[in-house]
Design a protein around this ligand. Sequence first.
Ligand SMILES: Cc1ncc(COP(=O)(O)O)c(C=O)c1O
Length: 414
Amino acid sequence: MSDLRAQTHNFGAGPSPLPTSVLQEAQGALLDFAGTGVGICEVSHRGKEFAKVIKDAEAGIRSLLAIPATHSILFTQGGGTTQFASVVLNLLAYHAQKPKSTTRPTSLNVSPPKMDYVVTGTWSKKASTEAHRLTELLNPHNPTALLNVVANTKPSGYTNLPRREDYNFSPKGEAAFVYYCENETINGVQFPEGTEEEGSFPFDLVPEGTPLVADFSSSFLSRPIANIDRYDVIYAGAQKNLSPSGLTIVIVRNELLVDANDPRTPIPIPEILSYKTLADSGSMYNTPPVFPIYITALVVKLLGETGGLEGKREVNDRKAKALYEALEKGVEKGVVELNVAKEARSWMNVVWKVAGGDEGEKRFLAGAEAKGLRQLKGHRSIGGIRASLYNAVTEYSVAQLIDYINEFVAQESK
Ligand SMILES: Cc1ncc(COP(=O)(O)O)c(C=O)c1O
């Protein structure tokens, strides 16, 4: 490893750090992959060498998350942003086909279903806006009627989670799906892991038979997913914990793999966005993102060899606890502002503000840069500071950040 890399602590929100050992192995494979004399970015995606890579990546993810045989794992492109649309198109198609209706729907003769969105931050808000945009024409007389915002924490500035009594799910049979974002990367808000904690996602309130969709982009493979068989679709951009950007992973219940060309489908699904097309082609309907899938295969292998997701949970828990503890001390001294409610605080993306506004933050970031603590600037939409503690961020890096925070707090509170 270069000296500079060893002295640099990268807290970027995504793309974000990858394990050095994986990058070292990839370095060799860029020139000669699996003894072929051809680099990994130069091999055919239809060749036997890559067939093994994609198989290993899939098997690794399935085993780490204990994904049941009822669900398929798809590798695709376009990021979480494309899934905002894919989810709507595929699940409306599923809803239309499920009752085996014989009438071809038009905007005039069917009453389209609701789409239930839990809005807890920037990304779920964006997803709900896309859902509304795509479906407006289905119900021209009342375009806002399809989107049901089940709960919305915007009034708190996205700093807390809804309480159980805040959820307003559509009645049984009326919604095509329920959607939520497990970890809001920008706002630093995450649902607790279990079902009993304060703020936990209320699985029991989702009406029976309504498909459940979750965006796990920024927490995927950072710990096990409880109730994995309760989800119908889970998706994640891979550029946080798994690979370079360019790969999106979708886990979908097989029952939802419906024909994109069925005449009952209310909005045509572009072939490349159809979950069934992706599943039927083994994620090879078109050229897949070969290099990110290769890196994913190496990362999941490493995860499997180093304690799996239980092991990651322990380490990630320690990292987040230590950082929040240090920040709490800064709060006591009036140097740090931690606005996210305790039960809603993200393990992966820790956000805070520094007293003294822009000037205070500039001082904090300049001092951090000087110590090799990189990519700590908060998202441009909300400002402040954000430290992302993804899997490849070591406890040593977090300790360096904590030392710096302690130093900064001592200095600013003089
Ligand atoms: C939780 C979450 N969802 C969706 C997205 C959008 O992903 P992409 O930029 O890959 O389209 C992001 C991006 O950071 C994210 O963090």
